[in-house]
Design a protein around this ligand. Structure first.
Ligand code: ADP
Length: 408
């Protein structure tokens, strides 16, 4: 066949100017022509491939597949068709595999059938692909690493922000406490000036008068003034104790001591003291059914609460009224009720009655500091109890204190 003969100038002329490799194979799969590019690609000398089976250029793993393909070539189908298969490769003379893209074009010439094979070396492309893949992998790795680093930094920052917020809150709290303490001190000074003035001048007057009554017959008058002095000193003492209590409560330094004590003893003591400050015609009705009862509670706080409530009942009730003192006791709790027939608390003021320094608008001409109930509430609640009241203006009030009992 002259066209593909050795040194055929026509084939050479046509094929050597092409960048791709060209192989022509006959029906027996014999290479009948190859251009220089093909020879170089597969590592053969010039014309060395001629007469060889095509299979020497196909890696053994792909030979079977290729054979089937070659048998199925549709000879009448003119034009180049791309060979399918993702990883097509050729076999170099040195045994290396070369990634290829292959186009097939069957044709007939002088009654013989041939397949023209156009071969493109994809090594460089594959190499670049690999490099890109490698770069991408590294990039992804870096991104993952950086993302993790960022996450870690964000977490650290979040912790730091939280820590600073907490520190800031602590400082704010301390500042707030400091302010409240200052406030308390200012209030204390102004209260001291007001609240101490009257009892002190009362004491002064009483003491001056006591000095003047020097005969034996004047003993009764002397006693009356001494009583005034005692009552006023007690009042001053209560105010001071209240202020000290606030500070201890604020700083959480209050210590409670539960002990067994006689209920009637403490009630008697409290009423005995309260009797000293009764107004003319006022009367306290003793609670019934409390004899021989021993309760377990903080004796000091029980006394403080009852004293406070009784003093208020006396202070905020007119002369000639009665104050009922009742006690309900069960296995688990004890409830004290102190009921008066006094001025009561205006409805709009009732919700503030336990606020520190709060005084209802109907008592502003009566002496007081507005801290007694606030302190009792704190103590009672610290002991697991509660304090509540019912009141109607100009009719009277009932204050109740409920405390849990460990044992009766
Ligand atoms: P103080 O009596 O020194 O003002 P408290 O804390 O004991 O302070 O009481 C707060 C306020 O509650 C009083 O100022 C008064 O307005 C009201 N209050 C308390 N007890 C009674 C009561 N028995 N009757 C009427 N008002 C009362």
């Amino acid at each position: 066949m002259r066209v593909f003969d050795k040194n055929s100038n026509i084939f050479k002329l046509l094929s050597e100017s092409i960048l791709q490799g060209i192989l022509v194979v006959n029906e027996q799969q014999e290479i009948v022509a190859s251009n220089q590019r093909s020879d170089e690609l597969f590592g053969y000398n010039r014309d060395e491939l001629l007469g060889q089976q095509l299979s020497i250029l196909i890696p053994s793993a792909q030979r079977e597949k290729h054979k089937n393909l070659a048998e199925g070539v549709y000879w009448e189908d003119i034009g180049i068709r791309k060979m399918k298969g993702r990883n097509l490769s050729g076999l170099h003379k040195n045994g290396n595999q070369i990634p290829l893209q292959v186009g097939l074009s069957p044709f007939s010439l002088y009654g013989n059938k041939y397949v023209l094979t156009l071969i493109e070396d994809l090594s460089e492309l594959k190499e670049k692909d690999n490099q890109i893949y490698e770069l991408n992998t590294q990039l992804e790795k870096k991104i993952r690493l950086r993302t993790q680093e960022l996450r870690d930094t964000v977490a650290i920052l979040k912790r730091e922000v939280k820590r600073r917020k907490e520190a800031e809150n602590k400082i704010k709290d301390a500042l707030q406490r400091e302010r409240e303490l200052n406030d308390l001190k200012t209030k204390f000074l102004s209260l001291v000036s007001h609240e101490f003035k009257t009892p002190l001048s009362g004491i002064l007057t009483a003491a001056t008068l006591v000095g003047k009554y020097n005969t034996e017959e004047q003993q009764e008058k002397r006693e009356k003034h001494l009583k005034t002095i005692i009552a006023e000193v007690r009042r001053l003492n209560t105010i001071l104790t209240d202020f000290l209590s606030i500070e201890r409560l604020e700083q959480g330094k209050e210590v409670y001591r539960l002990s067994d004590f006689s209920l009637s003893k403490i009630v008697n003591e409290v009423i005995y003291d309260a009797n000293m400050i009764l107004k003319d015609g006022q009367k306290i009705n003793y609670p019934q059914n409390i004899d021989d009862i021993i309760i377990n509670q903080d004796e000091r706080i029980v006394a403080l609460a009852l004293t406070n409530l009784l003093h208020n009942a006396i202070k905020y009730s007119p002369e000639d009224t009665e104050i009922d003192f009742r006690v309900n006791i069960s296995k688990k709790k004890i409830t004290f009720h102190i009921k008066d027939q006094g001025i009561g608390i205006p409805e709009t003021d009732q919700k503030h009655i336990f606020d520190r320094y709060f005084r209802a608008e109907n008592v502003l001409l009566t002496q007081g500091t507005g801290i007694g109930l606030n302190i009792i509430k704190a103590h009672v609640e610290n002991l697991g109890g509660s304090i509540y009241f019912k009141s109607k203006e100009n009719k009277g009030s009932v204050f109740s204190v409920e405390l849990p009992l460990a044992k009766t």
